[in-house]
Design a binder for this molecule. Structure first.
Ligand code: PEP
Ligand code: MG
Length: 589
């Protein structure tokens, strides 16, 4: 039995037989062709590519029909991108040339050109390009399958329900899964925001990615357990472990059912303090999930996903439609729209002629927007136009200097003047705030509070920048924790500055959705938490089990510790005390 830790991206526990999907080492038949065969071989190649384009169009339509509204459309855009790649002459012409000059069969020309392109992407060494390499490999497989005459992939020929294990799954493979036959999946690579994770969530199968070596450890047919809640994969579990997980599966579904009963109850502590639980979303349709989980609105809308799921720049109308749709789905509940957080691992690297050497410290977020004003203005116009439809707030990410905040506000003012001149309506009193996610902003929170109407603390980034730990690097993941006293001190300072200036301070980093931190956050003074929608019921349950003085005592005690280990141990113990049977068993850290 072996236990592998990865990143939990789609919840639930599944136990089943592993289906190991090999990499693209499909057997490629080599053949030297005669010069007289060149034309017919090129025609074969073109026909295979055309057939794959047809398949992808079909798959795209199927995905749009099958998947949840919104996500289906987003996932389908990935296929559009694949179709675009296959039509790209810079890929096709060298393939044909290879046939012509090297006198090789179409299969060899296809395999060599796709591998060359994938290698170029891989050698660029960051997550965005690795994702592109996997897209290329997916296309390589599809075209080769056509050429070799394999009409159906192994995946679509599954006879019994399995758990898919792969080094990496492409979005195409994930979307082609038959949900009746694929119980869950586990991969070596991937992150929370990779295309595959997005599709896995959309089709709602438990998934763990970033397991590093699961595809090497697992053999085809092995029994495995994928725990999409904790990010654990158990390979060849013994009977006792299977039994334990079965029990956990049952307990967990009962627990989830009991949490559903909390949906319409207020998130109020036993001594009557209301804690607003808001959702973090990436797509408009997720607003429904926020409400279905009993959330009070959206505290963080990561609008950059509009770019990430499209191969073209979204227009003002694209932005506007997404915002209005979200506002309408929320039916009067508040929506905080974060302006584009592009850069680092998102989008700009993907498109850059020269990727940055240190993108997390580079042209990211508000910095990118201030250097790409037309993109920024397009978004701001759309937000302001949408503001007449419901209660929206604007939030600037990754602000690290006062000049950035002032410049961003000036641009917003320009946008409003333009709208005035055009006679376009907007709400003039839209609150403007910042994410506090860089130590410089946290340390200068008192100054920032004089020109912001609210703060939202982004601990995901604040942790990485305070502790010098890349949030996406599994090698240093053990050093990445919100329990570090340095992080907590910064958080306290921001709360203090907010209180003095009488502005709202909420928190929208992942720790807002982790049961371990709930009492601490209440004790520190937070009254608004913004978190992944599916965690809202669990956090509500904790809120409803504690009182504020108890949380404040806990926070004071935590303040006396000098190491993150002490903090975590203490928080665990306290959480177990309030709900030993349920919450205590699902600790995230
Ligand atoms: C954060 O940094 O905490 C945050 C919420 O933003 P993101 O995870 O999108 O960087
Ligand atoms: Mg952030």
């Amino acid at each position: 039995m072996e236990l592998i830790r990865g990143i939990a991206v789609a919840p639930g526990i599944v136990i089943g037989r592993a289906f190991l999907l090999g990499e693209s080492e499909q057997h490629v038949p080599h053949r030297t062709i005669a010069p007289t065969e060149v034309t017919s071989e090129i025609a074969r190649l073109d026909a295979a590519v055309a057939a794959v384009i047809d398949d992808l169009r079909g798959l795209k339509e199927r995905t749009e029909r099958q998947l949840a509204d919104g996500v289906g459309t987003e996932a389908a855009k990935i296929f559009e991108f694949h179709i675009g790649l296959l039509k790209d002459r810079t890929l096709l012409v060298p393939m044909r040339k290879r046939v012509e000059t090297k006198l090789v069969n179409a299969e060899v020309a296809v395999a060599e050109e796709f591998q060359k392109l994938a290698q170029q992407f891989r050698s660029m060494g960051n997550e965005v390009f690795r994702q592109k390499a996997s897209d290329v490999i997916d296309l390589d497989r599809r075209v080769l399958a056509k050429l070799i005459g394999e009409t159906e992939s192994r995946l679509s020929n599954l006879r019994e329900p399995v758990i898919l294990v792969a080094h990496e799954l492409t979005p195409g493979q994930t979307a082609s899964m038959d949900r009746k036959k694929v119980l869950g999946c586990a991969t070596d690579l991937g992150g929370r925001t990779s295309h595959t994770s997005i599709v896995a969530r959309a089709i709602d199968i438990p998934a763990v990615v970033g397991c590093q070596r699961v595809s090497k450890v697992v053999e085809d047919g092995d029994t495995i357990i994928v725990d999409g809640d904790t990010g654990i994969v158990v390979v060849r579990p013994d009977e006792r472990t299977i039994e334990q997980y079965r029990l956990q599966q049952e307990k967990f579904s009962e627990f989830r059912a009991s949490l559903r009963a909390l949906r319409d109850l207020p998130a109020t502590t036993t001594d009557g303090t209301h804690i607003r639980l808001m959702g973090n979303i990436e797509f408009p349709h997720e607003a429904e999930s926020v409400l279905a989980n009993g959330g009070d609105g959206v505290g963080l809308y990561r609008t950059e996903f509009l770019f990430l799921m499209s191969d073209r720049e979204p227009s003002e109308e694209d932005h506007y439609n997404a915002y209005v749709k979200t506002i309408e789905l929320l039916g009067g509940k508040p929506l905080t729209i974060r302006t584009l957080d592009l850069g680092a691992d998102k989008y700009t690297q993907q498109r850059a002629a020269e990727p940055e050497r240190n993108p997390f410290l580079g042209l990211r977020s508000i910095r990118y927007c201030l250097q790409n004003k037309s993109i920024f203005k397009t978004q701001l116009r759309a937000i302001m136009r949408a503001s007449v439809h419901g209660p929206v707030k604007v939030m600037f990410p990754l602000v690290s200097t006062m000049m950035e905040l002032r410049e961003a506000k000036l641009i917003l003012r320009d946008v409003c003047e333009e709208l005035d001149e055009e006679g376009v309506k907007y709400r003039a009193d839209v609150p403007i705030g910042i994410m506090v996610e860089v130590p410089s902003a946290a340390l200068m929170a008192r100054t920032f509070a004089t020109e912001s109407q609210f703060f939202s603390i982004g601990t995901n980034d604040l942790i990485q920048y305070t502790l010098a730990v890349d949030r996406g690097n599994e090698k240093v993941a053990h050093l990445y924790t919100g329990a570090h006293p340095a992080v907590l001190q910064l958080v306290k300072g921001v709360l203090r500055a907010g209180r003095r200036a009488r502005i709202d301070v909420s928190i929208c980093g992942e720790i807002a959705g982790e049961a371990l931190y709930t009492m601490l956050l209440i004790g520190l003074g937070f009254r608004t938490l913004s978190l992944v929608p599916s965690q809202i019921p669990l956090i509500k349950r904790i809120v409803r089990s504690v009182d504020v003085p108890q949380c404040e005592r806990l926070a004071r005690k935590v303040g006396s510790f000098d190491s993150e280990r002490q903090v975590v141990t203490y928080l665990r113990d306290e959480l177990r005390k309030i709900d030993p049977a349920n919450v205590g068993s699902w600790l995230a850290e």
